[in-house]
Design a protein around this ligand. Structure first.
Ligand code: PLP
Length: 404
């Protein structure tokens, strides 16, 4: 991989922040966009912009064709069986809300349970928690070990508690842990329990094959895979999507409307209410093609090298406390400096042009389990370099000197 060439594709990386060259290490929060993705969006507005699936004029037809072709690209990218199993959403959060609300409406009853894990993002906790409250169901939690691995010692007992849905993250946005989802899906399916996978953190780092995984639902956000914000994907097996009621009502999702009664459209449109984010959808296609050109395997291998290098270097600093040391993890490093508040480290790094995330990372329950209020989190993408990691390490050393 030629990182110099790759970095040239990302205009945002070539700037000074606070007088220093930007070192962007907040890729878990959102990734930067290559020029081809930016161009795809402007090209759409310069040459195509029209509402898709409406009317017969030429530009409208082109917008529709391009949108549906992008859907096929996404389908192939995650190896879904059918094109209509790809639903465009606003992002991971909306995808989970869609499934939680429609599934609960149809299938969750008093005394049932929904099983999640202790390392979920709030987006995969609160929607289920609220549905459980409404339906007088229980929210059960797979515990987490100090290493950042899931504690599966009591998993069979948990599954025996009238579980109606397992909703679990593929990769933790705090700990970087890659969870053994194939094993969990197998165990859930042995009891006829459907599984939703939160792939927000895996889609840009791991090859996703929904048929091999055999998950029933999978959600992700485009902005975490080099595409824009406000657009994402819900994958669902046809048989499940067909069983769920519509999520929102209005244009596009209907078949026929009378004042007395309406009938609903077929998949995927039943779940795509209103004007779609066509430019965002086209940009996802371009981002996928961009990642595929580099190679998902090459990306994963390179990012893993960065993780190993950064972990070794950070380990050389006294008083570093790592959070998340699972063997199987992606390039996310969460840590604290002994007796130092995480946000103070973040402020000093920012002054040095280094962008990291500090705080609870939308995982307050996990923070409580770890007994901390937050962490400093550095997360790497394929455009990051060893030289940037050296700058980051020097930044942490400076913060330590100033704050301890
Ligand atoms: N799930 C995980 C694991 C995440 O990391 C995030 C965002 O950080 C989300 C869900 C929510 O994603 P979005 O805000 O794009 O909907």
């Amino acid at each position: 991989m030629d990182t110099t060439l790759i970095r040239n594709d990302f205009p945002i990386l070539h700037q000074n922040v606070n007088g220093k060259p930007l070192v962007y290490l907040d890729n878990t929060a959102t990734t930067q966009k290559p020029q081809v993705v930016i161009d795809r969006i402007s090209d759409y507005y310069e040459t195509i912009n029209s509402n898709a699936h409406r009317g017969t004029h030429t530009l409208g037809r082109i917008a529709t064709e391009k949108l549906e072709s992008a859907r096929t690209t996404v389908q192939k990218f995650i190896n879904a069986k059918e094109q209509h199993e790809i639903i465009f959403t606003k992002g991971t959060t909306e995808g989970i809300n869609l499934v939680a609300q429609t599934f609960a409406q149809q299938f969750l009853n008093e005394g049932d349970s929904v099983l999640i894990s202790a390392m979920e993002h709030h987006a995969n906790i609160v929607p289920w928690q609220q549905m459980c409250k409404q339906k007088k169901a229980n929210l059960l939690v797979i515990p987490v070990l100090e290493t950042g691995d899931l504690d599966l010692s009591n998993i069979d007992e948990l599954f025996s508690k009238n579980v109606k849905m397992l909703a679990v993250t593929h990769i933790s946005n705090v700990l970087g842990t890659i969870n053994p989802i194939e094993l969990l899906i197998e165990k859930a399916h042995a009891k006829n329990i459907p599984v939703l996978i939160d792939a927000a953190q895996s889609v840009a780092h791991e090859t996703i094959d929904v048929q091999k995984m055999d998950c029933d639902f999978l959600v992700f956000s485009a902005h975490k895979m080099y595409a824009p914000m406000g657009i994402g994907v819900l994958y669902g097996k046809s048989e499940w999507l067909n069983k769920l009621p519509p999520y929102q009502f209005g244009g596009e999702m209907i078949s026929e409307v009378r004042f007395e009664e309406s009938t609903f459209n077929e998949l995927p449109y039943k779940f795509e209410t209103g004007t779609p984010n066509v430019d965002g959808i086209l940009a996802i296609e371009t981002a996928i093609q961009y990642m595929q050109k580099i190679g998902l395997k090459q990306i994963a291998d390179y990012e893993h090298k960065l993780l190993t290098y950064a972990t070794e270097k950070l380990n050389e600093i006294d008083d570093i406390i790592f959070h998340g040391t699972a063997k199987n993890k992606i390039a996310v490093l969460s840590f604290n400096l002994k007796d130092v508040h995480h946000s103070d480290v973040g402020v000093i790094l920012d002054q040095l042009g280094i962008a990291v995330r500090t705080g609870d990372h939308c995982a307050q329950p996990l923070m409580r389990i770890l007994g901390i209020s937050g962490t400093v989190r550095a997360s790497f993408a394929f455009y990051n370099t060893k030289e940037e990691i050296d700058v980051f390490i020097e930044g942490v050393k400076t913060a330590k000197k100033m704050l301890q």
